[in-house]
Design a protein around this ligand. Structure first.
Ligand SMILES: Nc1ncnc2c1ncn2[C@@H]1O[C@H](COP(=O)(O)OP(=O)(O)OP(=O)(O)O)[C@@H](O)[C@H]1O
Length: 269
């Protein structure tokens, strides 16, 4: 189980799970300055599944890191579940993250010396919460790993490791789950399984999911796609299909290339 079930028929998106107000992120200083996010504003309802796409370097990972409180924006505000991720200090931010946010990475990031069960209960330990092993076992059963509790990550396939990572992200019942290319290292069948689990976490258990991906098939599992280019949101697509996403991405890549070429021409390089 991924937590308490939402109302029959799916989650009722009544509140806002994530809000970004004019978020900017600038890396470097002076002559090597990079504007990774250039005034991003968005609002995602609770119980929604959003894919974030855009050309390489458009700011997708930076957006996720800032929204999840793993990196600090240079300007603007990030609100998760109505509460601002702000400068109350690193300890407060860590506590906030542990209580309300889950993260799934491309490379799984499991601890190699801990068993599957220990990896999944770790976030509860770190948050100083009761380590409910029955609940962890239940979640691992739900992701199809009920018979692998004592195995080490190296004894599992990539798809299985990512399912452990999903169980680990969900064990604290976070309000919002971020995925940075969670299927990027998986074959297409394992990717489908993982995407099915993420959809279930949203549709049945009312979690909110934000997922960066390069894959139109993965993006088509979301309710909506946000498109980024050069650190700005340049498009939104509801009920995406893989074909429509692929077509939009091709157009976007062409537009970005045209703008960069004309920028170089104006600069005389
Ligand atoms: N730590 C950093 N220091 C300096 N520049 C950075 C840093 N992290 C990212 N950038 C720059 O910020 C911009 C956005 O990077 P980001 O990784 O968010 O893009 P992305 O859309 O996730 O790219 P990709 O699809 O290739 O993973 C890029 O120009 C990148 O070079």
């Amino acid at each position: 189980m991924f937590g308490h079930k939402a109302r029959p028929g799916g989650a009722a998106p009544s509140s806002e799970a994530l809000r970004l107000e004019d978020v900017r992120k600038v890396y470097g200083a002076e002559d090597n300055r990079v504007v990774a996010l250039d005034g991003v504003s968005l609002s995602l309802p609770a119980g929604s599944f959003t894919a974030v796409m855009g050309p390489s370097g458009s700011g997708k990972s930076t957006l996720l890191q800032c929204a999840a409180g793993l990196d600090k924006p240079t300007g603007g505000r990030v609100l998760v579940d109505g509460a601002e991720l702000s400068g109350d200090g690193e300890a407060a931010l860590t506590k906030f993250r542990r209580e309300r946010i889950g993260f799934v990475f491309q490379q799984f990031n499991l601890l190699p010396t801990l068993t599957v069960l220990q990896n999944v209960t770790l976030p509860l330990k770190l948050a100083g919460r009761r380590v409910d092993k029955d609940r962890a076992r239940e979640i691992l059963g739900r992701v199809g790993l009920g018979d692998r509790l004592g195995h080490l990550p190296a004894e599992l396939s990539g798809g299985q490791q990512q399912r452990v990572a999903i169980a680990r992200a969900l064990v604290t019942e976070p309000r919002i789950l971020f995925g940075d290319e969670p299927t990027g290292a998986l074959d297409s069948r394992s990717a489908r399984d993982v995407l099915g689990l993420l959809q279930e976490a949203v549709r049945v258990y009312g979690r909110t999911m934000v997922m960066v991906t390069h894959d139109p098939v993965a993006a088509a599992h979301a309710d909506a796609v946000l498109y980024l280019a050069d650190g700005r949101i340049v498009g939104h697509q509801s009920a995406p299909t893989a074909e429509a996403v692929a077509e939009r991405m091709t157009r976007l890549a062409d537009e970005v290339e045209r703008q960069r070429t004309s920028g170089r021409a104006q600069a005389g390089v």
